[in-house]
Design a binder for this molecule. Structure first.
Ligand SMILES: [Zn+2]
Ligand SMILES: [Zn+2]
Length: 153
């Protein structure tokens, strides 16, 4: 995913694209659909002020009932690029700001988008908030069947 900078004037642009996970170096094992990317670029050199928004579907396994399910996840956030070299006294370790050499023609966003997607993937996986899970005793999926264990206990 590269932004060809000479194509963008000193104004506000909206860039929308559909990206394959492999274009961002995301492994197949993550089971992510194509990623819908919406970029807003507010260009006023030396500032390239991006708003990044991504949305994709992912196949997960429920932590409670172990059934596979599909869900949508999304994320958005800012990213600022500054053309030129960082000031010598730049002690600030701000990950949302990056300096790029003057004269850069193609700005590669693959690494940034890769991290963006990784951080957006849900860490707590439930097929639904009220998933009943599996019976601890017989392993029945209590969302789809009722077992008789409760009666016996
Ligand atoms: Zn579940
Ligand atoms: Zn049971």
């Amino acid at each position: 995913m590269k932004i060809h900078l000479p194509a963008y004037s000193q104004s506000l642009h909206t860039i929308e694209e559909s990206l394959k996970p492999e274009e961002l170096g995301l492994p197949d094992a993550l089971r992510i659909s194509d990623i819908h990317l919406k970029l807003q670029l507010d260009r006023h050199d030396p500032y390239l002020d991006f708003k990044i928004a991504i949305e994709a579907r992912i196949n997960l396994e429920c932590d409670r009932c172990l059934e596979p399910y599909e869900t949508v996840f999304k994320a958005e956030g800012p990213m600022l690029f500054i053309l030129g070299s960082p000031p010598a006294d730049d002690e600030v370790d701000d990950t949302d700001v990056e300096y790029i050499p003057l004269g850069t023609r193609d700005l590669d966003l693959a690494d940034i988008l890769h991290d963006f997607v990784i951080l957006a993937i849900p860490s707590r996986n439930l097929c639904s908030e009220d998933c009943k899970g599996l019976c601890m005793n017989c392993g029945a999926n209590l969302n789809t069947e009722s077992c008789t264990c409760e009666n016996k206990n």
